[in-house]
Design a protein around this ligand. Structure first.
Ligand code: NAD
Length: 391
């Protein structure tokens, strides 16, 4: 079952090694400690057929929660290839309010029951699933079966089997499936990948990545995150996945061994079904070791550090929505790298629209999401058994 996945992942590792992971930022090098981005994914020249200048694909957003309404929907204004044309919600008045705000025709408002009839709407090319994690598989599969391309939020789904079913459904319908790993389209993270993989900080030795925040049981967006069925897992599935992703995209490698420990505060009602803290260590084929943490208990942290034989990169905040800071620490001291901030949500959405228009595989396809879910399951197993697991 994993043979095709393995092939795809070793292909990705090669592409990463070849610098593909940094395509699009076009860093010109460190000039006076300023990295100048010369182009972005959305503008990257390519050998693919050129795109019609004004063409935008129509997108439907499924689930009008916090992330959809506060980050994604406003970001369409900065898209060059994607426009918001439809909404799917269980709350009709809420959907009508947003339809009016974004100039969406009320006939393009769907609910979870009539969702499948979106197949008859030629204005919708892509469906963006922004529901609780436990609902990603069902709505992605129904969307693909309705003949639409799919963008799905992270984590891809609760289980490896669900991820595989999503990939199968997209393949069967001949539609694209992309996982919304925004950091892989974000200029500071791309610069970090490029610096780490280009030898600029010497030989890569170690990575640390920490993602944590305190889970708030009064926030409606955190209530389903306390329920295993809807969340799939605890802090690891929600934000530790950024630490895991960072270790994978900074090295461009896949881990070969995993060890982990897990701890939840006894008696804390937030952690009856899902875990609070997971610390895990990944070993990569090159010998790089990554120490990662994930927590629903410690204060807001989104950090990546990359340790090379000649210098250290510190990206903190690393995976914020709009604010990043990258510092190179070497024998000359600390040098902050200034890079133009870009709307990573617009970049990732346009990347999928362009991939569809040019009929090419998106950079973060379903297989990428499946690999993280598979690795997170192994991290849990390593923590449960206390054994180092060979991948
Ligand atoms: P949210 O609770 O604010 O939004 C979820 C939406 O789903 C709500 O509108 C809710 O009404 C709807 N919903 C439908 N059926 C539901 C049910 N049975 N139970 C609960 N809600 C139901 O959550 P959110 O923070 O917006 O997260 C949504 C998704 O987006 C998650 O998969 C999350 O991991 C992802 N997310 C990604 C990022 C990122 O940076 N990429 C950031 C935040 C959230």
């Amino acid at each position: 079952m994993f043979d095709s996945l393995k092939k795809e992942l070793s292909r990705r590792a090669l592409l990463h090694k070849a610098g593909y992971g940094f395509m699009g930022l076009g860093v010109t090098g460190v000039v006076g400690h300023i990295i100048k981005p010369v182009r972005t994914f959305a503008q990257a020249p390519s050998k693919e057929p050129s795109l019609p200048p004004e063409k935008k694909l129509g997108w439907a957003v499924v689930g009008l929660g916090k992330f959809a309404t506060e980050q994604i929907m406003p970001s369409f204004a900065e898209c060059k290839r994607s426009k918001l044309v439809a909404l799917v919600s269980g709350d009709r008045p809420k959907a009508e309010k947003y339809a009016q705000q974004y100039g969406i025709d009320p006939k393009n408002i769907y609910n979870y029951q009539n969702y499948d009839s979106i197949r008859n709407n030629p204005e919708v090319d892509v469906i963006y699933i922004i529901l609780p994690n436990g609902m990603h598989a069902e709505y992605s599969i129904r969307g693909a079966q309705a003949g639409k391309h799919i963008m799905c939020e992270k984590p891809m789904a609760n289980t490896v089997e669900e991820c595989q079913a999503m990939i199968n459904a997209a393949n069967k319908a001949n539609r694209k499936l992309m996982i919304a790993y925004r950091a892989q389209y974000e200029p500071y993270n791309l610069a970090t990948i490029q610096l780490a993989q280009s030898g600029k900080i010497g030989k890569l030795k170690s990575i640390t990545s920490d993602h944590g925040r305190t889970l708030n049981p009064k926030d409606p967006a955190d209530i389903w995150r306390m329920q295993k069925k809807l969340a799939g897992g605890g802090s690891l599935y929600d934000i530790g996945i950024y630490s895991l992703q960072a270790a994978r995209y900074v090295t461009g490698e896949e881990p070969v061994a995993i060890s982990a420990m897990m701890y939840s505060t006894p008696g804390d009602p937030r952690f009856r079904e899902v875990e609070e803290n997971v610390n895990f260590v990944l070993q990569f084929p090159s010998g790089v070791l990554a120490n990662c943490t994930s927590s629903y208990g410690y204060s807001n942290t989104k950090r990546i550090q990359v340790f090379g034989s000649d210098a250290v990169l510190e990206l903190d905040p690393a995976t914020d929505y709009y604010k990043h800071r990258l510092v190179i620490k070497d024998k000359n001291g600390n040098q902050e790298q200034k890079i133009e901030e870009k709307n990573q949500f617009a970049l990732e959405m346009d990347h999928l629209s362009e991939s569809i228009m040019q009929n090419k595989q998106p950079k973060t396809p379903g297989e990428e999401g499946l690999q993280d879910v598979r690795l997170m399951q192994l991290i849990y197993e390593a923590a449960r058994t206390g054994k180092t697991i060979k991948v």
